[in-house]
Design a protein around this ligand. Structure first.
Ligand code: ASP
Length: 303
């Protein structure tokens, strides 16, 4: 494999448990209310080819909390609209002085391609249907604030797993730490092949069965923007897989409800479940800041 700059975060699959634990410990030391100017004088370039609210704002806030300068480049309104290639855009942004590049792109592998050609570290902020490593880290961080350890936890991931980079990164991370993972969804959104992602993955086609006894229920959005060609009847999906209070009652009493957002209330999750006391959906968003502070500090050799 071609060398990439030290500090890049391209996926969870190739990180070992020690590196993940190191990042989570570093995140615990990052206090967004009492930040240290670890990145003073550094330039963080945020390059987003796809929509984002949580990831983009929390990377930006994380960088600014540590006194870095941030520049946001979106595909609309930049030379990307004029047809500039990914690598030419990346070289340009490196040439203006970026010290680290945070990139979200609809194509799987785009951050890896950039990392192979640039001298600066690249952080994957979500690439197509591949991975979303910072989301998996903040989810692990959030789970560990409520549960003692990941090992042995029964985690149910339910929804559009096929299109979900969040699911892929979560599966890699949780299985490295010995969580017991059940995936649930209709065959169009959860092919049997998904079991190849990690050892001992279990597939269930019924929400009730999947949720029974779970410690963590991670609900995923149906990614309408990636559904072209698939025959999904949303009414059927809602009837069979929507996370309702009745279904949540089958999980452990202290089960956590997670969702990477954006949540579509009334589709994959009811209003009641999204706002129930077990829901940590808002906490996940807040935890994105210290976790992304840790990722940036590590990328720039400040931790
Ligand atoms: N925000 C997450 C992502 O970018 C999940 C989603 O869009 O449903 O992958």
């Amino acid at each position: 494999m071609t060398k990439t700059a030290r500090g890049s975060l391209l996926d969870i699959e190739h990180l070992d448990a020690k590196e993940i634990t190191g990042l989570l410990q570093l995140a615990r030391r990052m206090n967004p209310l009492k930040p240290r100017p670890l990145l003073r004088g550094k330039r963080v370039l945020l390059l987003f080819y796809e929509a984002s609210t949580r990831t983009r704002s929390s990377f930006e806030i994380a960088a600014k909390e540590m006194d870095a300068m941030t520049t946001l480049v979106l595909s609309s309104g930049s030379s990307i609209e004029k047809g500039e290639s990914l690598l030419d855009t990346a070289y340009t942004l490196q040439a203006v002085g970026a010290d680290v590049m945070v990139v979200r792109h609809p194509a799987a592998g785009a951050p890896l391609l950039m990392a192979r050609h640039l001298k600066i570290p690249v952080i994957n902020a979500g690439d197509g249907m591949h991975e979303h490593p910072s989301q998996a880290l903040l989810d692990a961080y959030t789970i560990l604030r409520h549960k003692k350890k990941l090992q042995g936890l029964q985690v149910t991931i339910i929804g559009d797993i096929y299109h979900s980079r969040v699911a892929r990164s979560a599966i890699h991370l949780l299985s490295k730490f010995g969580a017991r993972i059940t995936l649930c969804g209709p065959p169009e959104l959860l092919p049997e092949l998904a079991t190849c992602l990690a050892p001992n993955l279990h597939i269930s086609r019924t929400a009730e069965e999947a949720v029974r006894g779970a410690d963590v229920v991670m609900v995923l959005r149906v990614q309408k923007e990636r559904l072209a060609g698939l025959k999904i009847r949303l009414q059927d999906y809602i009837a069979r897989y929507q996370m309702t209070l009745a279904r949540m009652k089958l999980a452990k009493r202290d089960a956590m409800v997670m969702h990477p957002g954006p949540i579509i209330r009334g589709l994959e999750i009811t209003w009641e479940v999204a706002d129930c006391p077990q829901s940590v959906i808002v906490e996940e968003v807040a935890n994105g800041v210290p976790v992304r502070m840790a990722i940036l500090a590590r990328a720039l050799g400040k931790a």
